[in-house]
Design a protein around this ligand. Structure first.
Ligand code: ATP
Length: 311
């Protein structure tokens, strides 16, 4: 549905995106994750045909962004990073204006339907300047959905929103995904990306990593771990744990044993039983998953490591 091959874009000397490739499948929610200045907005603006790429082949909904920008735009709804509504017009006036630009049939009806869906029908006659950031963001989403596009590009959809407005936005993204739309969203927030996205591309000008958050977590941080706290760690207990089939790594820290496994939920009873049979007395058992922020930092650090070694 979205195909990006070798995308490069520079602003003068400043290369914002370099040789970026990824694809988003139909109906998938895909996350673009990266630190400030990583090139997320630049990529989204190119996909939405707001700015052209310097090089690369970019196809959205079957159309090339350079050759057929109007056809691309017809199938894409964009939630820009900065809200782009007329502050001195009402919600309805704004939406009617954009609906006419898109050639939406029966615009008033369509707008009413979307305002109802987003539970902001009672704000239709308010000036945009009077709305909170969260409400403006909802109006922007209505704007993006006016022409019923199959592809949505959401640039940091929850940035600057309070926790409740952010949850409204996330729940909306889930609904839009259930309707079968293809969604590409950018975020700094790995937790959010994990909640919403099937797969994620971590970028920092270049592509650093691509996969589901679980896949990336396993690749960059190793397997999840089962943690056993014992009254006393004896050699026989360690050996018994090591001999369990699904165990990948065993690490001892004082009275604690950290055991790397593929499927921790399945491994917990087997490991506990092995430890008890070998005479171990278990005080606590838990599953330790690496923090998501740790994953983000690790992916970026790996990149810096590669840079410093010339790779
Ligand atoms: P953020 O998370 O801060 O929004 P981002 O990942 O969206 O960042 P971009 O906004 O795409 O990143 O910026 C990538 C790089 O390109 C940055 O170095 C930025 O300063 C630069 N840049 C972006 N837009 C322009 C512009 N219009 N003119 C010149 N440089 C720009």
């Amino acid at each position: 549905m979205i195909e990006v091959r070798g995308l490069t874009k520079a602003y003068g000397e400043n290369v914002a995106v370099q040789d970026l490739s990824f694809s988003v499948r139909e109906g998938e929610t895909f996350g673009l994750l990266g630190p400030n200045g990583a090139g997320k907005t630049t990529t989204i603006r190119i996909l939405a045909c707001i700015i052209p790429p310097d090089s690369g082949k970019i196809v959205v909904n079957g159309y090339n962004v350079v050759e057929d920008p109007l056809l691309v735009k017809a199938g894409v709804g964009l939630l820009p990073e900065r809200i782009s509504l007329y502050e001195r017009l009402t919600v309805m006036e704004n939406l009617l204006f954009f609906a006419r630009l898109y050639g939406v049939e029966e615009p008033a009806l369509r707008i009413k339907e979307l305002l109802n869906k987003l539970e902001i029908q009672d704000r239709a006659d308010e000036l945009v300047s009077k709305l909170s950031k969260g409400l403006k963001q909802r109006v922007s989403i209505v704007r993006a959905l006016l022409h019923d596009p199959p592809v949505l590009l959401l640039d940091e959809p929850t940035s600057g929103l309070d926790p409740i407005s952010a949850e409204v936005m996330r729940s909306l993204v889930r609904d839009l995904s259930t309707q079968g739309r293809t969604i590409l969203l950018s975020s700094h927030n790995l937790w959010e990306v994990q909640q919403l996205c099937n797969r994620v591309a971590v970028i920092n000008t270049r592509l650093l990593a691509l996969g589901s958050v679980d896949e990336l977590s396993e690749k960059f941080l190793g397997p999840p771990k089962v943690r056993l706290l014992l009254e006393e760690v004896r050699k026989e207990v360690l050996e018994a744990i090591q001999s369990v089939n699904s165990v990948i790594t065993v690490e001892r820290r004082d009275k604690e044993i950290l055991i790397g496994v593929k499927d921790p939920e399945k491994a917990v009873p087997v490991i506990s039983e092995a430890a008890i049979r070998a005479g171990g007395r278990i005080l606590e058992v838990s599953v330790v998953r690496p923090g998501l922020e740790e994953l983000f930092v690790r992916v970026l650090k790996d990149e810096m490591g590669q840079d410093s070694s010339g790779g």
